[in-house]
Design a protein. Sequence first.
Length: 94
Amino acid sequence: MLHEPASQCGPDASAEYKQNIGVWMFLLYAVVYAIFVAINLLRPLWMEKTVFMGLNLAMVYGFGLIVFALVEALIYNHMCRTHEADNKAAPEAK
Protein backbone atom coordinates (compact mmCIF):
# COMPACT_ATOMS: atom_id res chain seq x y z
CA MET A 1 0.00 0.00 0.00
CA LEU A 2 1.45 3.34 -1.05
CA HIS A 3 1.11 6.39 1.14
CA GLU A 4 1.22 9.19 -1.36
CA PRO A 5 -0.53 12.55 -1.38
CA ALA A 6 -4.07 12.40 -2.74
CA SER A 7 -3.23 15.10 -5.25
CA GLN A 8 0.00 16.30 -6.73
CA CYS A 9 1.33 19.48 -5.19
CA GLY A 10 3.58 21.98 -6.83
CA PRO A 11 4.73 25.50 -6.15
CA ASP A 12 1.92 27.82 -5.09
CA ALA A 13 1.66 30.60 -7.68
CA SER A 14 -0.57 32.57 -5.29
CA ALA A 15 1.74 32.39 -2.26
CA GLU A 16 2.98 35.98 -2.50
CA TYR A 17 -0.57 37.30 -2.96
CA LYS A 18 -1.79 35.31 0.05
CA GLN A 19 1.10 36.54 2.15
CA ASN A 20 0.46 40.20 1.27
CA ILE A 21 -3.26 39.93 2.00
CA GLY A 22 -2.55 38.11 5.27
CA VAL A 23 -0.05 40.70 6.46
CA TRP A 24 -2.38 43.62 5.68
CA MET A 25 -5.30 41.93 7.41
CA PHE A 26 -3.14 41.17 10.43
CA LEU A 27 -2.03 44.79 10.63
CA LEU A 28 -5.64 45.99 10.38
CA TYR A 29 -6.69 43.64 13.18
CA ALA A 30 -3.67 44.68 15.28
CA VAL A 31 -4.69 48.35 14.99
CA VAL A 32 -8.28 47.61 16.01
CA TYR A 33 -7.04 45.51 18.94
CA ALA A 34 -4.50 48.19 19.94
CA ILE A 35 -7.34 50.71 20.15
CA PHE A 36 -9.16 48.31 22.49
CA VAL A 37 -6.06 48.03 24.67
CA ALA A 38 -5.49 51.80 24.60
CA ILE A 39 -9.04 52.48 25.77
CA ASN A 40 -8.52 50.01 28.64
CA LEU A 41 -5.23 51.64 29.54
CA LEU A 42 -6.07 55.32 29.12
CA ARG A 43 -9.83 55.51 29.75
CA PRO A 44 -10.86 52.37 31.67
CA LEU A 45 -14.11 53.94 32.86
CA TRP A 46 -15.32 54.13 29.25
CA MET A 47 -15.51 50.34 29.25
CA GLU A 48 -18.24 50.49 31.91
CA LYS A 49 -20.57 52.63 29.81
CA THR A 50 -23.64 50.93 28.41
CA VAL A 51 -23.57 51.21 24.63
CA PHE A 52 -25.82 48.52 23.12
CA MET A 53 -28.83 46.63 24.47
CA GLY A 54 -27.68 46.92 28.08
CA LEU A 55 -24.14 45.73 27.32
CA ASN A 56 -21.11 47.79 28.23
CA LEU A 57 -18.40 48.85 25.80
CA ALA A 58 -16.03 46.12 27.00
CA MET A 59 -18.50 43.36 26.06
CA VAL A 60 -19.51 44.92 22.75
CA TYR A 61 -15.92 45.65 21.69
CA GLY A 62 -14.71 42.21 22.83
CA PHE A 63 -17.39 40.36 20.89
CA GLY A 64 -16.83 42.76 18.01
CA LEU A 65 -13.16 41.73 17.90
CA ILE A 66 -14.16 38.08 17.66
CA VAL A 67 -16.70 38.73 14.91
CA PHE A 68 -14.23 40.98 13.09
CA ALA A 69 -11.61 38.19 13.11
CA LEU A 70 -14.13 35.72 11.69
CA VAL A 71 -15.22 38.16 8.98
CA GLU A 72 -11.59 38.81 8.07
CA ALA A 73 -11.00 35.06 7.78
CA LEU A 74 -13.97 34.68 5.43
CA ILE A 75 -12.80 37.61 3.30
CA TYR A 76 -9.26 36.21 3.18
CA ASN A 77 -10.55 32.80 2.11
CA HIS A 78 -12.74 34.31 -0.61
CA MET A 79 -9.94 36.52 -1.95
CA CYS A 80 -7.43 33.66 -2.04
CA ARG A 81 -9.86 31.26 -3.74
CA THR A 82 -10.74 33.87 -6.34
CA HIS A 83 -7.07 34.60 -7.02
CA GLU A 84 -6.23 30.90 -7.36
CA ALA A 85 -9.19 30.34 -9.70
CA ASP A 86 -8.06 33.28 -11.85
CA ASN A 87 -4.53 31.84 -12.02
CA LYS A 88 -5.84 28.45 -13.13
CA ALA A 89 -8.17 29.99 -15.71
CA ALA A 90 -5.48 32.19 -17.27
CA PRO A 91 -2.05 30.53 -16.92
CA GLU A 92 0.97 32.64 -17.66
CA ALA A 93 2.11 32.64 -21.27
CA LYS A 94 5.46 30.93 -21.68
